[in-house]
Design a binder for this molecule. Structure first.
Ligand code: BV8
Length: 253
């Protein structure tokens, strides 16, 4: 079914009148850019490891080389990827609504590459590497010796990706901004996320409890919905451009 047909006129009206739209994105938004979703990222070479093996401090302590190589593989995928129409539609949305807060669980930086500004990265960014001891960003490192992970040029500790692993706290400022947006927005869009990982998974509920309209755009939405909850089973790369067309095709920003 065409994405245009999926869109409830009530949701379009809520989008057009919204003063503050908050958006939470997950791996599904980047799937159409060729980035495996988090659980898919354990396909092939990595199928035999659990997220806790690869995305946790304990996993890194147990086998730092394996974790470093997994992230190097994903960094390469991200470098070859481009923002898709879903990312571009969210960047465009900022031109139509008085206030847009874009919150992402993704670590690929594709929202920024699509032109979105002030992106709240709840789980960090795979493009940044930090010292596992000092925490500071390290721009350049030496892999010529063959030792992986490379060592911090300042203190000699292992380097690690600047992402939030399971069991680690999220960046305080990012989480505070995300809670504030969820509690003050008129419309909350949850897009391409399985909603399994806390505390991000609680944001749509917080928005609903604060009186916002909530739309869940995903490929495996099962919940029955009635306003102020809307559910749309669609690819974000098709649905989001269709949603902007439905709301503003006759009134450019
Ligand atoms: C925390 C960065 C306090 C790394 C990620 C026991 C011990 C310790 C902690 C816990 C515990 N029990 C629970 C917890 C809390 C834990 C948690 O939630 N665990 C879950 C698994 C139960 N959370 C944490 O640990 C967080 N920290 O709580 O600190 C604390 C501290 C100590 C002890 C207790 C509490 C930290 C969580 C952050 C982890 N880091 N990423 C990296 O990327 O390598 S999480 C990672 O997985 C992603 O960032 C993302 O958040 C998550 C994957 O979720 P999604 O993005 O939703 O992706 P997924 O593949 O699941 O789904 C994709 C969806 O898209 C699907 O529904 C699909 O249908 C849809 N889709 C696909 N294609 C499309 C599409 N939709 C639309 N269009 C398409 N084209």
């Amino acid at each position: 079914m065409s994405a245009d047909l999926l869109i409830d006129p009530g949701l379009v009206a809520a989008l057009r009148r919204a003063r503050h739209v908050a958006v939470l994105t997950g791996a599904g938004v980047s799937a159409e850019s060729g980035i495996p979703t988090f659980r898919d990222a354990q396909t092939g070479l990595w199928a035999s490891f659990s997220p806790e093996d690869l995305a946790s401090p304990a996993g890194f302590r147990r086998n730092p080389r394996r974790v470093w190589e997994w992230y190097a593989w994903r960094r390469e995928l991200v470098a070859q990827a481009a923002p898709n129409p879903g990312h571009l539609a969210l960047a465009e949305l900022a031109r139509y609504v008085p206030q847009l807060t874009l919150i992402t669980q993704n670590v690929d930086g594709l929202h920024q590459r699509a032109g979105s500004e002030a992106v709240i990265e709840l789980h960090g960014n795979i493009g940044r590497v930090v010292c596992a001891e000092e925490g500071g960003v390290v721009e350049q490192w030496d892999e010529s010796g063959g030792e992986l992970p490379p060592r911090c040029p300042r203190c000699g500790a292992h380097l690690r990706p600047d992402v939030v692993w399971f069991g680690e706290l999220l960046p305080e400022a990012a989480m505070a901004a995300a809670w504030a947006a969820a509690r003050s927005c008129d419309l909350f869009l949850s897009i391409g996320t399985s909603g399994l990982v806390e505390p991000a998974a609680s944001l749509p509920r917080a928005a609903m409890q604060a009186g916002a309209t909530v739309a869940v755009i995903n490929l495996d939405v099962t919940t029955a919905a009635r306003p102020p909850l809307y559910t749309l089973n669609a690819r974000s790369g098709e649905l989001l451009p269709a949603l902007l067309r439905a709301a503003w095709d006759d009134t450019p920003p």
